[in-house]
Design a protein around this ligand. Structure first.
Ligand code: TNX
Length: 511
C-alpha cells in the first residue's frame, strides 16, 4: 500500500465508492434527460478545470465555477485556458459546434470516474451547465480514511435545454427600495436556478428609482419617498450599469420598467406638467393603485418619455424595455390606447422591444410588443388573436407577493393565497388555452408594498421562486410535485449557506 502513488490510491478509492444515482440528485430545474452510470468522480485537491476559447466567455465560466467550488468545499481548483493540465480528474468546459447543441442555452454533461466534460455552443449554455455541476457536488465530503477530502460527483450523462427562452422574476424597487448589494444577492440566488431575466420595476406612484440626467428632479425629488414613509433611495446610472454588468456575468438580462401612464404619481410630483388627472399632486406613500395618470395629449409628455427611454436604453444591453401600462384607471380608454401606441414607437426607435402589462393589447400594438399576462383572460385571448408572444405571470399562480396562507407575515392576497404546492402545480404549456407558440416564457413578480428588507424579500421569494425556475425550464413530463418536494427539501443546506431566510413551508420536509 505504501508504494501506491496518490493518484493510484485515489483511483482505487473511486472504485470503492458506494453506488451513485445521478437521476436521484437534487437538481432544480430538473434536466431534460439524465442517464446514470452509478460510479463516482472524485472532486478533490487534485482536480483542475480546463476551458476552451479564450475570447468567448468560457474562461470566465470556468473561473465562476472554481469560485463557487471554493465557497462550497474550500478547495482551490486551478483554471487552465487552452492548455490541458497535467492532472487527473479534469473538469473540461468545451465550446462545441455540435448540432445537438444548436440552442443558446443547451448543454451536455458527461461525467465519468476520470473527468467531467461540459459541452455547449455558447458561454451562456456553459454557464447554465455549471449550475448543474454546482448542484450535484455534495454538501459534505466523504471523509474516509484518506488524508485528503473527496466530494463524490455521481457519474452519467445529462442532456439539457430549457423549454422557455424567457425565465424571469420581477423585483419592485419602487414601493420599497432595495440596494445594489441586495439586488446582486438576489441575482446570485436566481442564477443558481438558471433564471435568465431580472425585471426591475423602477418607478411607481411612491418613488422614482433611476437617475435620468436630462430630468434630474425625478430622483432629487421622488427618489426619497416610499411606502410607509421610509427614506427610499435610487440607482445612479453608474449603479444601474453595475447591476447590469453583474447580471450579465451570470448570463442574466435586466429588463427595466418605467410604469406609465398610470402608476406615475412620483414622476408628476417631480414635474407637475406630466400630470393628467387634474388634481393637485402630492407625494404618495400609501398602497392604493389606479389614481394617477400622465397627460396623454401633451407633446411635452412624449418629449419627456423619449428622454427617459433613451437614457435607460443606452445603458441597457438587453433587448427589452418594459413600459408598464397596468391599472391606468385614471386614463380614458382611447387616451390609453393612443398613449401606448406612441410609447411603443418611442421604445422601438431606441432599439428595444416593448413589454407591457396585459392591458396594452387593447391598443394597436405591432407584432413585436410583448404583453405580460397578469390578470385578464380577455387580454390574453386578444394577444393570441394578434399572434403576439406573451409572458405568463398569472397573479393567482405566479405572484411572489401573494401570502402563502392567512398566517403569512408578509404579502397580500387579493389574487389568492399561493402555498408552495399551488405555485408549482400548474402547466404553463397549457395555461387557459394559450397556445405554446404564443408564450415567450414565465415571470414571477415580487411587488414590495409589504416588504422592506432582504430577509422579507427572501421570505416571499423562497422557496416559490425555485419552483418557477422548474416550470419555465423543465418539460411537463419531468415535473412532479412528489418528486419536486424532495428535491426542494434538499435545497435547505444551500439556502442556509447563502443565509437566505426562506419561508419554511410545512408542506416540505426540510433537510
Ligand atoms: C397589482 S400586477 C399591480 C401592482 C401591485 C400588485 C400587488 C400589476 C400589473 N399591478 O401595482 O403592486 O397588484 O399585488
Amino acid at each position: 500500500v505504501a508504494l501506491l502513488s496518490c493518484e493510484a490510491e485515489k483511483k482505487k478509492r473511486v472504485l470503492n465508492f458506494p453506488k451513485t444515482d445521478l437521476a436521484m440528485e437534487n437538481m432544480i430545474p430538473k434536466p431534460m434527460k439524465i442517464i446514470p452510470t452509478n460510479g463516482g468522480f472524485a472532486l478533490d485537491e487534485f482536480t483542475a478545470i480546463y476551458t476552451s476559447e479564450n475570447a468567448s466567455g468560457f474562461p470566465e465560466v470556468g473561473q465562476f465555477l472554481a469560485d463557487k467550488i471554493r465557497a462550497k468545499t474550500n478547495l482551490q481548483i486551478p483554471v487552465n485556458v487552452n492548455e490541458v493540465p497535467n492532472r487527473e480528474g479534469i473538469i473540461y468546459i468545451n465550446q462545441s459546434d455540435s448540432l445537438e447543441l444548436d440552442a443558446p442555452e443547451a448543454y451536455q454533461l458527461y461525467i465519468t470516474a476520470d473527468s467531467v466534460i461540459l459541452n455547449s455552443n455558447t458561454a451562456e449554455g456553459a454557464f447554465r451547465g455549471i449550475q448543474t455541476i454546482r448542484q450535484i457536488i455534495p454538501e459534505t465530503s466523504n471523509d474516509t480514511l484518506a488524508e485528503y477530502k473527496v466530494w463524490t460527483i455521481p457519474t452519467g450523462k445529462i442532456i439539457d435545454n430549457p423549454v422557455f427562452e424567457y425565465r424571469g422574476t420581477m423585483l419592485d424597487v419602487a414601493r420599497h427600495f432595495f440596494t445594489v448589494e441586495e439586488v446582486k444577492k438576489y441575482i446570485d440566488l436566481l442564477a443558481y436556478y438558471k433564471y435568465n431575466v431580472l425585471h426591475l420595476h423602477l418607478a411607481d406612484d411612491q418613488g422614482w428609482r433611476i437617475e435620468i440626467k436630462s430630468w434630474p428632479k425625478l430622483t432629487e425629488v421622488s427618489g426619497g419617498t416610499e411606502v410607509g414613509g421610509g427614506e427610499g433611495g435610487f440607482y445612479t446610472q453608474e449603479d444601474y450599469k453595475d447591476i447590469v454588468a453583474y447580471a450579465a456575468a451570470q448570463h442574466m438580462t435586466i429588463v427595466p420598467e418605467i410604469d406609465m401612464p398610470g402608476h406615475t404619481n412620483a414622476a408628476s410630483v417631480a414635474y407637475p406638467f406630466l400630470n393628467g388627472n387634474g388634481k393637485k399632486i402630492e407625494p404618495y406613500e400609501g398602497t392604493n393603485v389606479g389614481f394617477s395618470t400622465f397627460d396623454t395629449r401633451k407633446d411635452t409628455v412624449y418629449t419627456f418619455i423619449d428622454d427617459v427611454v433613451r437614457e435607460i436604453s443606452e445603458i441597457t444591453p438587453g433587448p427589452y424595455f418594459h413600459a408598464g401600462g397596468d391599472e391606468s384607471h385614471a386614463t380614458k380608454k382611447n387616451d390609453f390606447n393612443y398613449f401606448v401606441e406612441k410609447v411603443q414607437k418611442i421604445v422601438n426607435k431606441h432599439g428595444k422591444r416593448m413589454i407591457g402589462w396585459d392591458e396594452i393589447v387593447t391598443a394597436d400594438v405591432d407584432s413585436t410588443a410583448i404583453p405580460q399576462y397578469w390578470s385578464s383572460g380577455d387580454n390574453a385571448k386578444a394577444a393570441v388573436r394578434k399572434n403576439l408572444k406573451m409572458i405568463l405571470s398569472p397573479a393567482k399562480k405566479a405572484y411572489l407577493d401573494m401570502q402563502y396562507d392567512s398566517l403569512s407575515k408578509y404579502g397580500l392576497h387579493w389574487a389568492a393565497y399561493v402555498p408552495v404546492d399551488s405555485a408549482y402545480v400548474w402547466n404553463p404549456e397549457a395555461y387557459e388555452g394559450i397556445p405554446l407558440k404564443n408564450i415567450l416564457g414565465i415571470e414571477a413578480p415580487l411587488w414590495s408594498e409589504t416588504i422592506e428588507t432582504f430577509d422579507e424579500l427572501a421570505y416571499l421569494a423562497f422557496p416559490r421562486a425555485i419552483g418557477y425556475s422548474e416550470l419555465s425550464w423543465s418539460t411537463p413530463e419531468n415535473r412532479n410535485w412528489e418528486n419536486y418536494k424532495v428535491r426542494l427539501a434538499n435545497q435547505a443546506p444551500f439556502l442556509d449557506r447563502m443565509d437566505v431566510k426562506y419561508y419554511p413551508s410545512p408542506l416540505i420536509d426540510w433537510k
